[in-house]
Design a protein. Structure first.
Length: 136
């Protein structure tokens, strides 16, 4: 009995063919053409133009919805036709008595240097205290 012959290049020992190298699949960004086919217009320029037109259409649509007709025709804001309610004078409430006595006299004693409101706290730093930079 004879063995069936194998086709040349089949999987027999040393006769294996090297697989073809695969090319990397281009990403979606790489598949976008640099220019619009059959024109000299760059794709990015056309996209920016379409975005501009879309935003202009959207602005005009919103402008028509939110700006009154009179203001669109004349360019001036319409005069308010409603009258303001008459101001009413309310009587003051007398819940707490109003005192007019002066507070305690300031003392001549100096507060500790770390206390808020002490002269050391409010003092401006001199240029020497800020560092060697001068603003002259």
């Amino acid at each position: 009995m004879t063995e069936p012959s194998q086709a040349p290049g089949g999987p027999s020992g040393d006769d294996r063919a090297e697989p073809e190298p695969t090319r990397p699949v281009p990403t979606a960004w790489e598949r976008i053409p640099k220019t619009i086919p059959h024109t000299r217009a760059r794709t990015s320029t056309v996209v920016l133009g379409l975005v501009f037109l879309g935003l202009m259409w959207w602005y005009l649509d919103l402008y028509a919805q939110f700006v009154p007709e009179e203001q669109r025709r004349t360019g001036q804001t319409p005069v308010a036709t409603t009258t303001a309610p008459a101001p009413t004078q309310e009587e003051p409430t007398y819940d707490a008595p109003i005192t007019t006595t002066p507070g305690p006299e300031p003392s001549s004693a100096v507060a500790p240097s770390g206390a808020a409101g002490s002269p050391a706290h409010r003092r401006r730093r001199t240029p020497a205290a800020r560092g060697s930079r001068s603003h002259r």
